[in-house]
Design a protein around this ligand. Structure first.
Ligand SMILES: NC(=O)c1ccc[n+]([C@@H]2O[C@H](COP(=O)([O-])OP(=O)(O)OC[C@H]3O[C@@H](n4cnc5c(N)ncnc54)[C@H](O)[C@@H]3O)[C@@H](O)[C@H]2O)c1
Length: 461
């Protein structure tokens, strides 16, 4: 790194003056001012090219042509305050531009992305016409698939190999070939594949060595998503997990990520019902209102809903959806308000609704002298429309973090997840607004600017 490199940085990288920077930020400053602007093409690799992935890709292609707005994406539409000025994240941060992204991935069905988009019925066919050729040209590579982890799907477009280690090797070769053939300088992966049956981490997941032995022995607790993740980390590809699968949330993956200096994030995109839960619950808690019961149910009819109709896959989702309230309400600290809380989460597969999910919440709360009240939330949302911008933000922010020299679990990206991954021993923050503050302060720190404290009264957008 020379002073010449620093001088050639885009104007926004030198935003903070030295006097405004706290001494504790010196370390990050050294890194951020040496962060080169992104050159070359960024491969965005998606294991699982169904509704979310196709909606994300189509949206980026449409936005590139000015045929749609990337609504819901912080990196494209959001901002923050730096030294009293409001700046757009896309101007402030040296992020990859949407026209530098190249899409690829894997699926267990051979449909190209245009066919996948038509199949998932999220976007109108007419809206896909201007980008039809580009979508048709994106064909999934053969998937890694052991059907016992996703019982409702019967994949036909799958790799074969004697051991799980062989399959990891094939995915590694796919990544190298993709980068070479598409002339990309680097890649990030965002898991958009199906939710797997619940499989707890065991001894195989405890260390890198144990996991590698497990790959050779076809250990049953190593699932499909873990094979992709292992291959990505070994190839230096940042990995974010949009599903509740373990994927990278176990000690061996953290160890491997440290070794290869790769960033990780997860898990399970925070889109509809949980997004609302992590806004409403902190409000009730802030006013010291009691909660006796919170019943959340959903109907959805897409392929994700079909997969979640299997009780073993639903179990994975239930765990990420249920963990939220206990942490936000600090149930243990307020037994008189939350000690009897009954929290139930259901997802019902209901084909007529397709991707247009409906999430209902009934909250039984109580106030002054214990008098009961009820709150009903009925969110008629669209699953993939809410998830697509998260995929974009994660791809760009993971790439930024990787280029900034960060390593391992990026808990500041917990803003995007139902069950935020943290380093061992750290508890997760679920409340949306502290999560947003943490995310923005981490970005400021990366750019060498001062953090904003919770006491600031100015809006930060
Ligand atoms: N849409 C949302 O709001 C939302 C929110 C949170 C989490 N998620 C999660 O995101 C994921 C994707 O959701 P979706 O609606 O796109 O589902 P989808 O069923 O439309 O797409 C998933 C794709 O993954 C493929 N797949 C399954 N196993 C695979 C494997 N081993 N290798 C490669 N491909 C594989 C399937 O064939 C399918 O095409 C799911 O795990 C879902 O639970 C979605």
């Amino acid at each position: 790194m020379t002073s010449q490199d620093t001088l050639s940085m885009p104007w926004w990288c030198g935003h903070g003056s030295a006097s405004r920077r706290g001494p504790h930020l010196e370390e990050q400053m050294k890194r951020s001012t040496s962060l080169p602007p992104p050159g070359g093409k960024l491969a965005v690799l998606l294991p699982g090219m169904g509704a979310v992935a196709s909606t994300f890709i189509a949206g980026v292609l449409l936005a590139r042509r000015g045929l749609g707005l990337p609504v819901g994406s912080l990196t494209q539409m959001g901002g923050l305050r730096v030294g009293g000025e409001r700046v757009r994240l896309s101007q402030y941060l040296p992020l990859a531009r949407m026209d530098q992204l190249v899409f690829g991935g894997w699926d267990i069905f051979p449909e190209n992305v245009h066919e996948a988009a038509l199949h998932s019925k999220v976007l109108e066919p007419a809206q896909l016409e201007p980008i039809r050729e580009e979508l048709e040209a994106i064909r999934p590579m053969k998937g890694v698939f052991h059907p016992q982890y996703v019982k409702r799907l019967h994949g036909t477009h799958v790799k074969t190999g004697a051991t799980k280690a062989d399959l990891v090797e094939q995915v590694r070769q796919d990544i190298r070939a993709f980068l070479r053939d598409k002339d990309c300088t680097r890649a990030v992966a965002v898991w958009c594949g199906s939710t797997e049956t619940y499989v707890a981490a065991d001894q195989v997941h405890a260390s890198r060595r144990a996991f590698e032995a497990g790959l050779l022995e076809n250990a049953p607790s190593i699932t499909n998503s873990q094979l992709y993740a292992w291959a990505c980390i070994q190839e230096g590809v940042a990995f974010a997990n949009g599903s509740p699968n373990l994927a990278v949330d176990f000690p061996a993956a953290a160890e491997l990520a440290r070794h290869h200096e790769v960033v990780l994030a997860g898990k399970d995109f925070k889109t509809g019902q949980t997004l609302m839960k992590t806004v409403i619950a902190p409000a009730l808690k802030a006013r010291m209102l009691g909660v006796r019961g919170w019943f959340s149910t959903n109907i959805l009819g897409n392929r994700d809903g079909e997969v979640l109709d299997d009780p073993e896959s639903f179990r994975s989702k239930e765990i990420t959806k249920r963990g939220v309230l206990e942490e936000i309400l600090q149930t243990g600290d307020h037994p008189e308000l939350y000690g009897d809380l009954f929290h139930k989460v259901r997802i019902e597969y209901y084909p007529p609704r397709g991707d247009a999910k409906e999430g209902w919440d009934n909250i039984d709360l109580f106030g002054w002298l214990g008098y009961p009240m009820q709150m009903k939330i009925d969110f008629l949302c669209r699953d993939s429309i809410l998830a697509a911008p998260i995929v974009l933000d994660l791809a760009l922010l993971m790439d930024l973090a990787q280029r900034a020299g960060r390593i391992g679990t990026q808990d500041w990206l917990g803003f995007y997840f139902k069950s935020p991954m943290t380093d061992a021993g750290h508890s997760a923050e679920h409340d949306l607004f502290p999560q947003e503050r943490r995310l923005k302060n981490t970005l400021r720190a990366m750019m060498g600017d001062e953090a904003r404290g919770p006491s600031s009264t100015e809006r930060d957008d």
